[in-house]
Design a protein around this ligand. Structure first.
Ligand code: ATP
Ligand code: MG
Ligand code: FE
Length: 346
């Protein structure tokens, strides 16, 4: 079965082709991506209407590119998978509209997917794919969650952020340090030259006794520290970046280890944009090695949004038999869509 995947939930247009053969793990044949980051940079954040319009411009050329690169024709596509939510309504409508139009034109079924399930299953595209069950640490620009994952579609929320997401904490702190948007990767780069012990920043909810997160206070602490430094900020920027990163990473690492202890599971899967962070990977690798836990990540270039994870999630949902693609080309999108309501909500 050849699955075409389309992602357009935020500021990346992604298209991919995945091949599923029987019960074997589906294989990525090719994918193409266009990031709108440069377009939104001037505004310091994603401008929803500009995002929608750019998705319209990019989605068909990217589809043609993937088909050309994989040597496949559109008529060979068996199923069209797209991101149904959560995300920006206008942006989601572009991918959903194009997917359903392609489905109708090709007389093929379509499947609307959960963006976070895409992130969650993206490590199955890596050279070292996980096996169920596992604890998942989902750390993206909009979400921070620990989940118990027993199989495709079997997700139990263990804890989540009560305010900002981890990616948001990176981005907002980076903005305070004048590192542009989205500043997460820039802050991480700068942090490599800094001293993580230079500033004492809060580890919110570290000892809360549950698996919830909070990052809003950290951003305020970074701001207070930056103001206090005044003229010296420029000289101490790398130290402040390193201290900020260390605070975020320590909380993510420790809560992940607690989740593993509480569930008794021996496998951790990290997904989402912040999963690309080197300090986080380093700390998780060390802690998991010590605890005898296997840890899996998506390929670095598949941590942030892409079409491959949507095609993969579509292929794995079909394979697991929990869902069938359908030829009802009337679509809706779900800008807000909790992952643990996924099965009920379809
Ligand atoms: P969601 O998936 O929750 O809807 P999103 O799609 O915007 O949100 P992703 O694309 O998964 O989020 O990830 C983007 C986030 O990852 C941004 O906040 C970005 O700063 C962060 N990020 C990417 N690389 C790194 C890195 N190396 N270190 C820290 N943060 C990073
Ligand atoms: Mg993005
Ligand atoms: Fe995402």
């Amino acid at each position: 079965v050849l699955v075409l995947g389309i992602e357009s939930s935020c500021d990346e247009t992604g298209v991919a082709l995945v091949h599923a053969d029987g019960a074997a793990l589906p294989v990525l044949l090719g994918h193409a991506l266009h990031s709108q980051i440069e377009m939104h940079q001037a505004y310091g954040g994603v401008v929803p209407e500009l995002a929608s319009r750019d998705h319209i411009r990019r989605v068909l050329p990217l589809t043609e590119q993937v088909l050309a690169e994989t040597g496949r024709g559109l008529s060979e596509v068996d199923i069209v998978a797209y991101t149904r939510g959560p995300g920006l309504a206008g942006a989601l409508l572009v991918g959903a509209g194009v997917a359903c139009a392609l489905g109708a034109a090709l007389d093929r079924p379509v499947l609307g997917l959960h963006h976070l399930e895409g992130h969650l299953l993206s490590p199955f595209l890596s050279a070292d794919p996980p096996e169920f069950p596992f604890v998942a640490l989902l750390v993206s620009g909009g979400h921070t969650q620990l989940m118990q994952v027993d199989g495709v579609g079997r997700y139990t929320m263990l804890g989540e952020t009560i305010d900002d997401a981890a990616g948001e904490a990176f981005d907002k702190s980076a903005k305070l340090l004048g590192l542009g948007y989205p500043g997460g990767p820039a802050l991480a780069r700068l942090a490599e030259q800094g001293d993580a012990a230079a500033f004492k920043l809060p580890r919110p909810l570290l000892h809360s006794g549950n698996l919830d997160f909070s990052f809003a206070g950290l951003k305020t602490a970074v701001m207070t520290q930056a103001n206090k430094l005044g003229d010296q900020l420029e000289a101490r920027k790398a130290d402040l970046a390193a201290s900020t990163e260390a605070a975020i990473v320590e909380v993510l690492m420790k809560k992940s280890m607690t989740a593993l202890r509480q569930t008794g599971l021996r496998r951790l899967v990290v997904a989402g944009g912040v999963g690309a962070n080197r300090a986080l990977r380093g700390q998780l690798n060390a802690a998991c090695a010590k605890a005898g836990v296997r840890v899996h990540y998506p390929e670095l270039h598949l941590c942030t949004d892409n079409g491959a994870m949507i095609a993969m999630a579509g292929a794995m949902r079909l394979q697991s038999g929990i869902e069938q693609a359908n030829c009802a080309y009337a679509f809706d999108v779900k800008p807000r869509w909790p992952l643990d309501q996924l099965v009920l909500a379809t």
